[in-house]
Design a protein around this ligand. Structure first.
Ligand SMILES: [Zn+2]
Length: 334
């Protein structure tokens, strides 16, 4: 593969270049706002992204609201089937790419749905949820959050990890406390991901993760999805070059097979900021949540260029762009 094959091209030609996967894209969590912003997915498609995981719930959000959100998004995607494909299998991902479509999966940022009923994990998997994280910043009945006093994975948490492994849903430990994350990796039997987390060695933020967790994640066969969120990259603006620096750090620590990209991008930043400000305990003061600036997935190709400038081969860059997340899907999805 040459670096030119990594570039976005006309939709009809996308089958000829590397698979590009954004593992976390954020639309509004309120039904009305979400409906208004679904058309942003056309821009994700036009930008040359092949697979996107869309946020369908987080933190304390009621599970019934999550199901309603997924129902609304699925209906929109299925009605626009000339552009989108709701992916349920690795074969679906490959078919979408062959046909120049954007493959869409869903993710949920908190396993609190299992507090209501463990059986719901299978249900949301069947609807297209392909990763779920344990605890969103604060503790829940499953495990500890990264902005809380982490008391570890609970008995229910162990059953959640077992059930996610059974149904084929990838366990994510972003936003989760460090102790809980280590216990998830000890208890689980499948590769895990930090779907959108950056290295704490490069910037000291509670949402970033220490080298120990990066190493343990790699040992499971998993992937760390690095974000272009300014407050996780360090001081100053978010740039593709700085995101490439984070990729370089993790690749140097555990190898190129364990790095991916997750934009964490929200098209409507003002809606996101209003949401964050209304949830003070989840986003404590002093951690920069009031000054978010995030690189959209359309800039992943500039990250690829920055990696090429750093001497990475086209094959290695294609792993970062999507090959590594594809490998995890091939291993974990049923
Ligand atoms: Zn998040």
């Amino acid at each position: 593969m040459t670096t030119s094959q990594l570039r976005p091209r006309a939709v009809g030609e996308r089958r000829h270049r590397a698979l590009v996967w954004d593992n976390h894209f954020c639309l509004p969590m309120k039904l009305d706002d979400n409906l208004l912003e679904l058309e942003h997915l056309h821009r994700v498609h036009e930008a040359g992204i092949d697979v996107v995981s869309i946020n369908a719930g987080f933190g304390p959000m009621e599970w019934t609201e999550q199901i309603r959100l997924i129902a609304q998004m699925r209906r929109y995607l299925l009605r626009n089937a000339e552009t989108f494909l709701v992916a349920l299998s690795v074969e679906d991902l490959k078919a979408a790419k062959r046909h120049g479509k954007l493959a869409v999966v869903f993710d949920i940022e908190s396993a609190q749905i299992a507090e209501s009923q463990l059986d719901l994990i299978q249900l949301i998997y069947d609807l297209g949820v392909r990763w779920m994280l344990i605890a969103y910043n604060r503790n829940n009945d499953i495990g500890g959050g990264c902005h809380d006093r982490d008391t570890g994975l609970t008995d229910l948490g162990r059953r959640v990890v077992e059930e996610m492994n059974r149904v084929g849903m990838v366990v994510c430990c972003s936003h989760t406390g460090y102790r809980t994350a280590l216990e998830v990796m000890e208890h689980g039997s499948q590769p895990i991901v930090f779907s959108h987390s950056n290295p704490r060695s490069l910037h000291d933020h509670p949402r970033n993760i220490p080298d120990l967790l990066i190493r343990e994640c790699a040992k499971t066969g998993g992937v760390i999805g690095l974000t272009g969120v300014n407050i996780f990259l360090g001081e100053g603006p978010a740039t593709p070059q700085r995101l490439a620096e984070h990729v370089d750090y993790v690749a140097d620590l555990v190898g190129i097979d364990h790095v991916g990209l997750s934009s964490d991008y929200a098209p409507s930043n003002s809606a996101l900021n209003a949401e964050l400000n209304s949830m003070q305990s989840y986003f404590p003061d002093g951690h920069g949540y009031d000054r978010l600036d995030i690189l959209p997935p359309s800039r992943f190709f500039e990250v690829a260029d920055a990696l090429a400038d750093r001497g990475y081969s086209a094959d290695d860059i294609s792993k970062v762009l999507g090959g590594n997340f594809l490998r995890v899907a091939e291993t974990v999805w049923r």
